[in-house]
Ligand binder design. Structure first.
Ligand code: TRP
Ligand code: SF4
Length: 326
């Protein structure tokens, strides 16, 4: 039996940080070894919210692909492509729009949430309402069975399954039902203790230099009960400890043993973590430098990915049209 197909995507919204690495990319990297993976730059999805200001789109796309490759997403092992370069996404999106009742889309929790959150944008558009439909098209165009997503994306995937079922009921069993591929991911706080997010300005980016990493690690909020290095510490409330767990696992036990009785100061603890993080990032930085110096590699990778994606997409659309008697 051929290996299962996986599809996932990310909108190009700016440089990626350590939260993206732990939350999504480390899984993508693992799955490329086990499955037939398609990883998509969701630039059409980006347009559903960022349609006014598109000047940064090209640069954001290149930088995001550099971020992906820098962490070890390997185009020899998976297909990396841009959604807007495979026209069948838009075509299938239209077909799905004909059979999807509008209330299904309005009901989707992210629809109202995002409109409330992004008040500065006019999201009363047709395209934004159809966001989950486009996402469904992305998935079933490749007949992907597994979709690595975070819990926040589960309602979208449930909707994708409903729409896929409706298509199959109307026209015959063309598509397998996609399933979410949930993996437990450690939550990484930002340097201020809130969720790591660009909008909070609390991120350590994959592209940060060693100096930036050191500076940001110095700013991490630790156990607020500690004033002197000899005060007893509480790793369970310390954000820096979470970073040790994620990036310095071999030292976690020692850090905890020394922190609790006050045998380790936070300044020294930060120095150790910064060193470990820089070591962890060394390979990532090396790959990045090589790509930044050879930007033509990125265009070649996207061209090759586009061709592979188009092949699968056009075969699926032939089946779809036949099933729909078009
Ligand atoms: N909505 C996803 C995000 O914002 C991106 C995305 C687009 C996606 N199409 C997809 C994810 C298909 C999984 C499958 O991150
Ligand atoms: Fe956190 Fe380390 Fe300070 Fe303990 S010693 S509170 S683990 S930074």
């Amino acid at each position: 039996m051929p290996e299962k197909r996986v599809l996932s995507g990310m909108r190009p919204t700016g440089k990626l940080h350590l939260g993206h690495l732990l939350g999504a990319l480390s899984n993508w990297k693992k799955f490329q070894e086990e499955y037939d993976c398609y990883y998509m730059v969701a630039d059409l999805h980006a347009l559903t919210t960022a349609y006014v200001d598109t000047a940064h789109l090209k640069e954001d796309i290149t930088n995001m692909v550099i971020d992906w490759l820098s962490v070890g997403i390997d185009p020899e092992k998976c297909v990396v492509f841009r959604q807007s370069e495979v026209l069948q996404h838009a075509e299938l999106h239209f077909f799905l729009s004909c059979l999807t009742p509008i209330p299904w889309l309005e009901r989707c929790p992210t629809y109202k949430e995002q409109q409330n959150e992004l008040k500065h944008l006019d999201l009363t558009t047709y395209g934004f309402l159809g966001y989950p439909l486009l996402q469904t098209a992305d998935i079933i165009l490749y007949k992907a069975r597994l979709v690595p997503v975070g819990v926040d994306q589960l309602p979208h995937l449930e909707l994708s399954r409903e729409i896929t079922r409706r298509f199959n009921n109307l026209y015959g069993e063309v598509f397998p039902l996609p399933e979410p591929k949930l993996t437990r991911v450690p939550k990484l706080p930002g340097i201020d203790g809130r969720k790591m997010s660009k909008s909070y300005n609390n991120c350590i980016y994959l592209s940060d230099s060693e100096e930036e990493i050191k500076r940001k690690v110095r700013q991490v909020i630790t156990d607020p009960a500690r004033i002197h290095p000899t005060d007893p510490g509480h790793p369970e409330v310390c954000n820096l400890f979470t970073f040790h767990q994620a990036f310095n696992p071999s030292a976690v036990h020692r850090v905890e043993e020394e922190c609790r009785p006050g045998k380790r100061g936070c300044v020294a603890c930060k120095k150790e973590l910064a060193g470990a993080l820089i070591e962890f990032m060394e390979e990532i930085h090396l790959r990045r430098r090589e790509l930044v110096e050879n930007p033509e590699k990125i265009s070649h990778i996207l061209e090759a990915g586009r061709e592979k994606a188009r092949q699968v997409a056009s075969a699926t659309m032939e089946e779809v049209k036949k099933a729909m008697k078009l």
